[in-house]
Ligand binder design. Sequence first.
Ligand code: UFG
Length: 329
Amino acid sequence: MAILICGGAGYIGSHTVRLLVESGEDVIIADNLSTGHRSAINPAVKFYDCDIRDKIALQKIFAENKIEAVFHFAAFIEAGESVVLPLKYFSNNVVGMEILLEAMTEAGVDKIIFSSSAAVYGEPEKIPVDELAAKNPVNPYGDSKFIMEIMMRRVSAAHGVRFVSLRYFNACGAIEDASIGEDHHPESHLIPLILQVPLGKREHITIFGDDYPTDDGTCIRDYIHVLDLAAAHQNALNYLRNGGESDFFNLGNGQGFSVKEIISTAGKVTAQKIKTVIGARRAGDPARLIASSDKARKILGWQPRFDDIEKIISTAWKWHSTHPNGFND
Ligand code: UFG
């Protein structure tokens, strides 16, 4: 039986496809290529150019293939954009999930692994953040992920679809051979933006606020390598295969780095001085986000392989320096 990867041409989806293929799984990708890249699609894999809101297209995939489980990466991810265009997020993310769950339940597919986000917590009161922390999203992107989690929980109770919801903290890095990597348009994530400076594509990196209540005044995040996220999906699949109950898990390294620390590590990795400019705070940025992933370690048996920030940024640099314009499609 096959695993259907919705959003398998995207950043985290394509890395997960790679791991699954390498471990001998039968994989199928559905992606509408709105943010994914055709050249990120693993050539060993059957590909459907399809929007998850297109129920007929999903029904065709479920009819033509024996699908054991769905991995759902197909969502928009820009928190800032979601404030300006909330309906874009409610349509693709929330409506997309609704149609996907409808098609799954009709086809009798009973396992789903979902890309959730630390954004469901908003500005957490306690660090590190565990799964029981209050869910107070501060933007429509976070709302959409939280609503999608609720939908899975309710559908699970009513129709027996079991789910694992993986709440990623700050995804980063690339596969070590640099054959795939991060390529968003426009880019808004810190590490790829910093690396545009040594690439000569950007004159400086703007630090969004240096007056936060942290040691150096800049925001602290928990950076987790994309391959560790991909591996967590494999663990989650095995967990569901072994009869595990529907559940939510945080995925992070449990270590926080400030924006200034990331810039200085990127300077070391690239052996270049990275020019910085202090800018205003970006709306909705929590001062500090660090995961407690004890639950994923204990229940899923997940152990991040990349726990060194310099090594993580090196993998990103290998990708960006060999693909300065990303995938070119
Ligand atoms: N930052 C800068 N300058 C930049 C870009 C980012 O200083 O040019 C700072 C941000 O203010 C933040 C940190 O770098 O403090 C990390 O920013 P990112 O945009 O890379 O990541 P976020 O922490 O904002 O977002 C991540 C995920 C989102 C998710 C969010 C949950 O990428 O998908 O965590 O809060 F919604």
